[in-house]
Design a protein around this ligand. Structure first.
Ligand code: MN
Length: 748
């Protein structure tokens, strides 16, 4: 197995191939090669920091061996070599050399900080934390949470770059491990690390990680596919060379500068496509591809014209990722055409810059530059991270989360674990009580304390990323009202309120019943002679369906026992002078001519009239809750509506509602966009809306309201299908340059 990192496409390694042992002197040789390469790439760079990190790491790892029997130091050196080939800065290189020192030797992060400074210490610490997480024990369906958590735990994006290089080298040398370990590490690579590389736009690393994992995870499929691809390799390559030449000639004739690359689709991509689309190799349109790299966006489109003029494009295969970049900022024009002799192939057209971004992704922004990167670099990184975050979720304020190197990709969430390793995602500031309720309401209700990372913490402790939380419970324990002031999740809040209300209701029933009995004795009514049916009939007069409810209402003091007794025994009890108004019956039957809000269903009942509350106008996909109004049916609010927080103290009026299925309808939402005042802004917005297939109901522009403020306000009413469409629209608008702020507004 070649220890050299290579720029060429990875040749899949046969699994379980033994690695040749390398001796201690090989370590020194390898270091000198690293140094020489650094000097070759950046003649002006000072080599001392590299040498210092190497000497220190080598001394610490002395005597340690890898599974292959090689000296351990080979690994950090190869990782650093990968980082150098990505042309990353000295902090990354030093971190590469030192990345396993804290994990595998007695050195502390503090020592690293003293010797190599804050940045290196932070990065080494970050890599160590990621290494300690054992993702493999976690369920695959949690992979997305784990990926997010991993990104959330990182406060310097270089940690991820080093970790990916670490993983790449480990995958390249996986052959020395046992089959079980190979499968476990390959699975983790494909579930966690390859998607992160993809998300960060690092196409080359992602491809290598996927292809290597594939060899270990699906050895039979991989071997068969390799054989199939190998069988057609010669003819495929000849065909691609022919095409390449034809295109070069045509582009030169049109005066379009370009250099061309040819490729056969990677085995893993082919495998996924075959499986997903249930097709055979011949039907893969983009098995063969030519990449045209030119100098400008204009020439990208010009080249596309030249191609389509020559060969017939296959309908539905033209994709313009230049006008609409992928969320990881990938840009290219793609088309598939029917080439000579009826053979189809794909063409990707992009500029040099787009190519660099596609291959290196976020690493492109961390490249070493002579004389250190200036402000422009930071701006680029911020832009990148902003894109990244917007892809993940619709954040309200993306501007605040990054200060120079520090990033907090998910400032609104915290990722914690159960002792069994299940990831529990909670809002920032959540407490062990929230954690307990997110496991089960019974755990929450009986929670008496909590241990975080093995230590007892107060119940109001704010959970942090990576915390392992163990909840202490005691049977029969009841939640306290004080918890309402501590918890952060609606779930915990509702459950606590529910328990408190249930307890209070039980008390009210007891009190009400006694109260009624006492009054009956005082007024000379014999309750024993009154039948249950009579009692129920009177209860219904008061809007209660059960005797118990009537008792509760008496206990809460909603009406007096005397009133009730008067109805039960009118000949015995004198009526009171003024009878207070009876509570309106909350249930309003559904009237068939009001079909407006059939889109919302009350759980367990189809006949209740619902309407969307004006204060928050919930749209499909948003979590909703119903509130029984007096006489108007069920008001449906968004769970996040501030009115709900107040209303829901009257728990008995709360009712579960859900979005009814299979109703195609649209919801009107009102957005206000704050923009720079420049020509073309409106048309860019309408184009974005058009691309998201969103109907515009109204749209108006006016100057910003405050006299001191510059810019313009655009208000619009849109028709959207659901929350997801709205989110897409919002992030599309946000991507337009010059947009300052966008807000959803409500009328009520
Ligand atoms: Mn390592």
């Amino acid at each position: 197995m070649s220890p050299e990192p290579s720029d060429a496409a990875v040749v899949p390694q046969a699994p379980a191939q033994p690695c040749p042992p390398i001796g201690d002197d090989a370590v020194e040789v390898m270091y000198h090669e690293l140094e020489a390469r650094l000097h070759e790439l950046r003649p002006k760079e000072d080599l001392t920091p590299l040498a210092d990190a190497y000497r220190f790491a080598a001394a610490q790892h002395t005597g340690q061996k890898r599974a292959s029997g090689e000296p351990y130091m080979i690994h950090p050196l190869q990782v650093t070599r990968l980082l150098l080939e990505m042309n990353l800065d000295m902090t990354c290189l030093q971190t590469g050399l030192l990345h396993d020192v804290v994990e595998d030797t007695s050195v502390s992060v503090e020592q690293i900080r003293k010797m190599f400074g804050e940045d290196v210490a932070r990065c080494v610490d970050g890599v160590t934390k990621l290494t300690k997480l054992d993702f493999a024990s976690r369920e695959v369906r949690q992979a997305e949470s784990v990926r997010k958590m991993l990104l959330a735990m990182v406060d310097d994006i270089r940690v991820i770059l080093v970790k990916l290089a670490d993983r790449t080298h480990n995958m390249r040398t996986l052959g020395c491990l046992s089959p079980e370990k190979q499968a476990r590490i390959a699975q983790e690579t494909i579930d966690i690390y390859a998607p992160i590389a993809h998300r960060l736009g690092m196409g080359k690393i992602r491809a290598e990680l996927e292809d290597l994992s594939f060899q270990y995870l699906e050895p039979e499929a991989a071997e068969e596919l390799n054989r199939e691809l190998e069988g057609t390799r010669a003819s495929n390559e000849a065909f691609l060379k022919e095409i390449k030449h034809l295109i070069e000639v045509k582009l030169a004739r049109e005066g379009i500068p370009a250099h061309l690359e040819i490729r056969v689709k990677r085995p893993f991509s082919v495998f996924l496509k075959l499986r997903r689309q249930k097709i055979v190799l011949d039907q893969v349109y983009d098995l063969l591809a030519v990449r045209i790299i030119t100098d400008s966006v204009k020439n990208c489109y010009a080249a596309l014209g030249v191609i389509h003029n020559e060969w017939r494009p296959i309908p539905g295969r033209i994709k313009d990722f230049i006008a609409i970049p992928r969320p990881n900022m990938y840009q290219s024009l793609h088309t598939s055409v029917m080439g000579p002799r009826g053979r189809h192939f794909e063409i990707q057209i992009r500029t040099e810059e787009m190519h660099r971004i596609a291959e290196e992704g976020i690493a492109a922004h961390w490249k070493y530059k002579e004389g250190k990167g200036g402000a422009a670099d930071d701006d680029q990184r911020i832009t990148w991270l902003r894109q990244l975050v917007e892809w993940q979720r619709d954040m309200r304020d993306a501007g605040e989360f990054m200060s120079t190197l520090k990033v907090d990709l998910y400032p609104e969430e915290v990722y914690t674990f159960t002792p069994q390793g299940k990831v529990i995602v909670l809002p920032r500031g959540a407490t062990p009580i929230d954690f307990a309720y997110s496991i089960h309401s019974a755990v929450g209700n009986t929670c008496t304390g909590a241990k975080v990372n093995g230590r007892i913490v107060p119940l109001k402790y704010g959970l942090r990323n990576g915390d392992v939380v163990e909840i202490l419970t005691q049977a029969g324990h009841m939640p306290s009202k004080d918890w309402l002031g501590i918890v952060k999740t609606p779930r915990a809040r509702n459950k606590i309120k529910h328990v408190i209300n249930t307890t209070e209701r039980a008390k009210a029933i007891e009190i009400g019943e006694k109260y009624l009995e006492r009054e009956a004795r005082r007024l000379g009514v014999s309750l024993g002679k009154i039948s249950d049916a009579q009692m129920v009939a009177v209860a219904e007069d008061y809007g209660c369906s059960k005797i118990e409810d009537l008792h509760a209402a008496l206990g809460y003091g909603k009406f007096s026992p005397r009133q009730v007794l008067q109805k039960l025994a009118p000949d015995v009890v004198e009526p009171e002078q003024a009878e207070p108004a009876v509570e309106e019956t909350p249930r309003v039957p559904y009237s068939p001519d009001d079909t407006k809000d059939l889109v919302i269903k009350v759980k367990g009942a189809d006949d209740l009239l619902t309407y969307r509350a004006k204060c928050c106008d919930p749209i499909r996909g948003e979590p909703i809750v119903g509130y029984v109004t007096r006489g108007k049916g069920i008001a449906v609010h968004s769970v996040n509506c501030t009115n709900v927080q107040n209303l829901m103290y009257e728990v008995e009026r709360k009712i579960e509602v859900e979005w009814a299925r299979q109703v195609q309808e649209t919801f009107q939402v009102k957005l206000v966009v704050r923009t720079e005042d420049r020509p073309g802004m409106l048309s860019q917005i309408t184009t974005a809306l058009f691309q998201e297939q969103t109907n515009i109901h109204t749209l108006e522009t006016r100057p910003a309201d405050a006299p001191s403020a510059e810019g313009a306000l655009i208000s619009m009413t849109l028709e959207v299908k659901d929350k997801r469409q709205l989110e897409r629209v919002i992030s599309a608008i946000r991507r337009i340059s010059g947009i300052r702020d966008i807000e959803r507004v409500h009328e009520g």
